[in-house]
Write a new protein. Sequence first.
Lengths: 161, 660
Amino acid sequence: MTRKQRRLTMIGGSLAVLAVAAALVLNAMRDSIVFFSTPSMAAEKQIPAGKRFRLGGLVQPGSLKRGDDLVVNFAVADGSTTLPVTYKGILPDLFREGQGVVAEGALDAAGTFRADTVLAKHDETYMPKEVADALKKQGHWKDDYGKAPQGPSKPTQGASK
Amino acid sequence: MIAEAGHYALVLAFGLALIQSVVPIVGARRGDIALMEMARSTALAQLLFVGASFCLLTALHVTSDFSVVNVFENSHSAKPLLYKITGVWGNHEGSMLLWVSILALFGAMVAAFGTNLPVSLRANVLAVQAWVAGAFYLFILLTSNPFARIAQPPIEGRDLNPILQDIGLAVHPPMLYLGYVGFSISFSFAVAALLEGRIDAAWARWVRPWTLVAWVFLTLGIAMGSYWAYYELGWGGWWFWDPVENASLMPWLAGTALLHSALVMEKRNALKVWTILLSILTFSLSLLGTFLVRSGVLTSVHAFATDPARGVFILLILCIFIGGSLALYALRAPSLKQGGLFAPISREGALVLNNLFLTTACATVFVGTLYPLGLEVLTSEKISVGAPFFNLTFGPLFVPLLIAVPFGPLLPWKRGDLLAASQRLTAAGIAALVAIALLFAWQRGGPMLAPLAIGLAVWVIAGVLSDIAERTGLFRIPFSVSLRRARGLPRSAWGTAFAHAGLGVALIGVVCETTWNSEYIATMKPDQVARVAGYELKLEGLTQRQGPNYRETLAQFAVSLDGKSLPVMTPSKRSFTTRGMSTTEAALLTRGASQLYVSLGDASADGGIAVRIYHKPLVLLIWWGPVLMAFGGVLSLSDRRLRVGAPKPARAARALQAAE
């Protein structure tokens, strides 16, 4: 095999693998990407039931209710709209009313957000970035949320099913 | 005084880095030995000063000097000594100081042990190393000074984030940084080679051990981080495809590719241009990782306090180094001489295939990690790319790679025979098929993919074993002779075997854990019994305890299997008063390679407590695999070939050639 043929084989092989990878990426992009939304954005966009998205906002004070068998209900608010959320499982260590939360799941037919994952912050001064940005955009940002986040402070995968 | 001395030492190290980044290069241009040799002394002195600076910061933490902002924000006088020390790098400033200290350590090691390097190459390498170091010293001094003081010192500190108060913090970041930063050496070597316009097999022989050292540490660092997340976060996950994890996985994939391509270059003097590019890319990905983690663009446990100025600064460093080195590459690479020829079916061909799949897999991880960031910058639309994306892209690309793994070591250099190699792998193929058939029969109607994936893992492991059996003539010649042959095999051959087998072992762990993991989540009251995977766990009671800087609620579980009682498990929930945070301490019960995992949730009003119990079959294999890989790396590192500096003629070393 000459140098040229060898090079062509190698380039051909690489292109084939890259094409496969690109196809895989595009395919996965179509199916497995999850959008972020606040309760008011969700209402505005009229997200259909069953479509997965990430819901972010503040846990509405006084809305947390624990049911039987580890079912928890709470509402996520962003200042103008609230959305009821139901979740079965153990909430992350720092899940609190009045503080930021990100939940992943989908709406059911009744308009309740069924979360299968709840992420909460891991530091008392921290506000999930998406939530902070969304609240800022809507003019509900209070300065004390953002006051110099201290130390290692981001949310982590809190609870998942 | 201590803080000021530490700060001053850091400034001095920066000054030395400046000298080191200019003088040796000028010396190399002029052929002035004295100027070139200066690189060695400055590299050693740099380590001395930055090391001193790091020790002084540690001293500040140990003595709880709360007049220093860094100590005040991350320490507490009641914190155990171990966490006072590890807390040094449990924050942004300290971890950057650790980063440059390790960079200086590697530079000094090249200076001290690189005595067999050509003088000009060593001068250039150390100069490039100093560019990187200089940039990061400047970053620390300008945006993240760990020695800043508070005008009115408070009496007590704010404590370290409780999640980080764990032995994992003592091991994971230093290991990971040794890996990340270790790749700076191959980067410096690559840039130095481009500057000199000369590169040969000897170059690869010098680069390979450094890459291997970095790779071993990175492998262990990632595995350690994964195990830490597994037991600390309380829900038993060990890999989240979190952008920060991806940031460490990308250099690992590129570094693994680099290890293999450097081999081709060392043995056959081929793939030079590609190897140089990989060296640059690997370290660029390490820098990218540092940027992603330290700039605050990402939301993750690893991101510390965010400050936009820092992000911009690191981005600038990133652009200069990646852009600069790639530009230099584009300029100089075409002038590098072509290497030896080889047929597509050959050891070289197999290694090219390995590189192709590893870099492509790395590229898909890159896309998945950076696409959401890019999209947010461009359209301000927020999306998240999670595990499903990576399972659908990374997984399929790893399958052909794993199928090919056993073939590599069996093919000879230059021109190979696929049929002969396949014949030698017949036994491995049969073992894999038997494993698949047995699993199908055993679980009947369960998931389709799991038996196939385990078959693949068995194929990899059996392939490794048959390669070793082939080399030692096992079962064909008397056992004592094979044993002697096994002892005579080059260490690098054993290294390859362990590393490849580690891959298979880890895969078995991953598949078993994800497929046959059973869980039990419920609220339990004392004397209630939970049954998980044949185990019976009885909640005996809850007790309170006061720790040094926390209060904890412990739950005692009496565990039994088929009526036989096993050790008591005591998961706990700690609440840290200073930060008002709580953490979950899971209890683990190891049975062989499987684990029983119990973690606690919130206590309910009626005296019950939420409990999460998992049985994770063969879960430990997930981490034993990487440990095997790292052990293989260490074995390979101790190979005679790398200890003996003199280049060997290609012909004479037949046995060695067969090594990898």
